[in-house]
Design a protein around this ligand. Structure first.
Ligand code: BTN
Length: 274
């Protein structure tokens, strides 16, 4: 099946590069930026041979799943670029809910994961590429590459965390092309609300309403090896995670999160992730 961009996105000048095979749509998008592309352009591939996840992990990318990266370069000051991960997560969830009859089985997990029944359904890899600002140009010095992967058809089995595919929804499960068409429109709508950061407070509220594990037990592994345990209190005005611990509130910029499932105690294995 061929991917097609949504009507709203096309009307707003968003373009599509549809590919069969590529190493990684994020890497292809970054190469395009290096050769002068400034977007908005979606790079979508049926299969990735070197799909990448957050924190340097592999992203298994067989045909039937969605692998898409959006190049954006006129979104505003560079410091607000991390908010684009939340914009993309919300757009994905809006598209998924619209196509699945508003299933309450779908949720968001900090920072940028999509969950189905509490298991990982998809994720977002947000990267910046430095671009040379032309003299007098209002372009920021980076272009954002927003990479989105969703397990539409199949979920990898052999992972240190539970993964699920949309096909588990059975009736009405969106295919990768139908999800992409809706997602490309939802991304335009959500970027409109975001309005270069001015609308982030409203999106933050929407994100919190869809967040898994809010108020419940949480464990976060930081890149420097430290683990924080406590209660998932909220996200702050810039999207950072706030955890209530016995020693007071901790603010987290980046990390790997484990949430308790259905009120259960957090898993004991330090390498298990949900
Ligand atoms: C995560 O670790 O949760 C993020 C996964 C992001 C995967 C997508 S698939 C499209 C784009 N290209 C990549 O190589 N990665 C992202």
């Amino acid at each position: 099946m061929r991917v097609e961009i949504g009507r709203l996105a096309r009307a707003r000048g968003v373009r599509l590069l549809g590919l069969d095979d590529i190493d990684s749509t994020n890497d292809e998008a970054k190469r395009l930026v290096a050769s002068g592309e400034r977007g908005p352009l979606w790079v979508v591939a049926k299969r990735q041979t070197k799909g990448r996840g957050r924190l340097g992990r592999e992203w298994i990318s067989p045909p039937g799943n969605l692998h898409a990266s959006l190049i954006l370069s006129d979104f505003g000051p560079q410091r607000i670029a991390p908010q684009l991960g939340f914009v993309a997560g919300l757009a994905c969830l809006d598209a998924l809910r619209a196509l699945s009859g508003n299933s309450s089985r779908l949720a968001l997990k900090w920072p940028n994961d999509l969950l189905l029944d509490g298991a990982k359904l998809g994720g977002i890899l947000l990267e910046g590429v430095t671009i040379a600002a032309a003299g007098g140009s209002s372009l920021p010095p980076i272009a954002a590459v927003i990479g989105i992967g969703v397990n539409c058809d199949s979920a990898p089995g052999d992972l240190p965390y539970e993964a699920r595919a949309l096909s588990a929804l059975r009736v009405g499960a969106p295919t990768a092309p139908s999800l992409f068409a809706r997602l490309s429109d939802a991304m335009v709508e959500t970027l409109d609300v975001w309005a270069g950061g001015a609308g982030f407070p409203a999106l933050r509220e929407r994100w919190l309403a869809l967040a898994a594990g809010l108020g419940g037990p949480i464990r976060v592994m930081l890149s420097r090896g430290e683990t924080i345990e406590g209660r998932f209190k909220t996200i702050d005005a810039s999207g950072r995670l706030i955890i209530d611990t016995d020693a007071g509130a901790r603010i987290v910029d980046a990390g790997d999160v484990i949430l308790a499932r259905g009120g259960a105690k957090l898993l004991e294995q330090s390498d298990a992730r949900a």
